[in-house]
Write a protein that binds this ligand. Structure first.
Ligand code: APR
Ligand code: PHB
Length: 391
């Protein structure tokens, strides 16, 4: 028999929901996680894989650092490539911090395993269908398992249910304000079991479009190219992908090893922010509240900082009855989110090919690149955002 009452109900077992469950359980707050998809489906999703130091610190703090420390690849620099010309941004040298390449899939697996070991109630294939009582004394969630309807009562509910979830939809339209920018292109990404083309990530701006060389390990490459938003995977057999990718990387593509793809997908690019992130007893965290384009890989890192703030607020409330951090949750999160939204929009604007009938946008990109080359101050600004602003 499933529990019918908990302190905090968490909708969604993506990185945000799993990390929040972990943080609250370690603080002895009772949680139940409800996830629409199966466990295998959640573990099969391929997403970005670059962790800021604030995110790796958090994973270690919640006891999920062992595999990260053994297998994560620490990076001190990245390369920006403009039509073949390279600029190295050594963020360790510029701002004293590194980032770690460790796939979101691995983060998810580590959190799931740790949560299982702590006996956290996490129901898969259990979509939440209704949220009632958000402005009352107690919330009631309705969810399904095997076609049966159940209810779960809670003090608070965390909507960690991604962009298409039910959490944000439960905030009245008169309260919710959203901001959106849809970019006129997508990223076609492939995963292949071939060594990466070098140690560094390479972000390339090419007249035919953006390309990014990244990795998951020393034997697994992740590679992306900018494509039209309506591009179809069938039109991009591996040979065509690799040829275009090498063409856009230019001279550094000498180091590219090609091989059969083991995953291939197209992701649209958008910036989206919803305000506020709290309504009564509901909190939004992660993709439920905001989406950034993948340039700069801020999505997972923002999900981690949201749930760090949320766990602090709930832990303080249950320890002393003080709701101060609950009341400021939305404002605190949004400050950091807007800065990451700005940075990922800026990186996207700098590196992609946009419709540009009079050439002004392209000239601005070139001027920005020349400025970055000539100014350590500009490089420091890029680096401090790239490694992650303080939490
Ligand atoms: N009931 C239960 N679960 C739901 C429901 C629902 N009604 N609606 C959505 N979900 C689940 C989804 O199936 C998904 O597993 O919520 C989960 C949300 O997980 P993510 O989409 O991974 O979002 P989040 O945890 O915020 O992680 C953000 O994921 O999208 C990337 O780039 C993004 O890296 C960032 C990270
Ligand atoms: C990735 O490894 O998937 C990745 C890395 C850096 C980015 C985006 C994606 O900016």
């Amino acid at each position: 028999m499933s529990k019918q009452r908990t302190q905090v109900a968490i909708i969604g077992a993506g990185p945000a929901g799993l990390m929040l469950a972990r943080l609250l359980t370690l603080a002895k707050i009772d949680v139940v996680v409800l996830e629409r998809q199966s466990r295998a489906y959640v573990l099969g999703r391929i997403r970005a894989g670059l962790l800021e130091s604030g995110t790796t610190d958090l994973l270690r703090e919640v006891g999920c650092g062992a595999r990260l420390d053994a297998e994560g690849l620490v990076h001190d620099s990245a390369s920006l490539n403009f039509n073949g010309e390279s600029l190295e941004i050594n963020y360790l040298d510029l701002v004293g911090k590194s980032v770690t390449i460790y796939g979101q899939t691995e983060v998810t697996r580590d959190l799931m395993e740790a949560n299982d070991a702590s006996g956290i109630a996490c129901h898969y294939e259990a979509p939440v269908t209704a949220i009632d009582g958000l402005d009352g004394a107690r919330v009631r969630l309705t969810y399904l398992t095997h076609g049966q309807q159940h209810t779960l009562d809670c003090d608070y509910v965390a909507g960690c249910d991604g962009f298409h979830g039910v959490g944000r939809a439960a905030i009245p339209a008169s309260v919710l304000k959203t901001y959106e920018r849809i970019y006129p292109f997508g990223w076609l990404g492939i995963l292949a079991d071939v060594p990466p083309c070098g140690h560094e990530l390479i972000y390339a701006n090419h007249p035919d479009g953006f390309a990014l060389a990244t990795m998951r390990s020393n034997t697994r490459t992740r590679a992306y190219i900018q494509v039209p938003a309506d591009a179809r995977i069938e039109d991009w057999p591996d040979d065509r992908f690799w040829a275009e990718y090498k063409h856009r990387l230019g001279p550094v593509s000498k180091g590219v090893t090609t091989g059969p793809s083991i995953e291939k997908s197209v992701a649209p690019l958008r910036s989206f922010v919803a305000e506020p992130m709290r309504f009564g007893r509901l909190f939004l965290a992660g993709d439920a509240a905001h989406i950034v384009p993948p340039t700069g890989a801020k999505g997972l890192n923002l999900a981690a900082s949201d749930v760090r703030y949320l766990s602090r607020a709930l832990i303080a409330f249950y320890a002393s009855g003080d709701a101060g951090l609950i009341d400021t949750y939305s404002e605190t999160c949004l400050k950091r989110i807007w800065k990451a939204t700005r940075f990922s929009w800026w990186m996207t604007t700098l590196l992609h090919k946009f419709p540009d009938p009079d050439g002004f946008g392209t000239a601005m990109q070139r001027a920005e690149f020349e400025y970055l080359k000539s100014s350590r101050t500009a490089q420091v600004s890029l680096a401090e955002n790239y490694v992650g602003l303080p939490i």
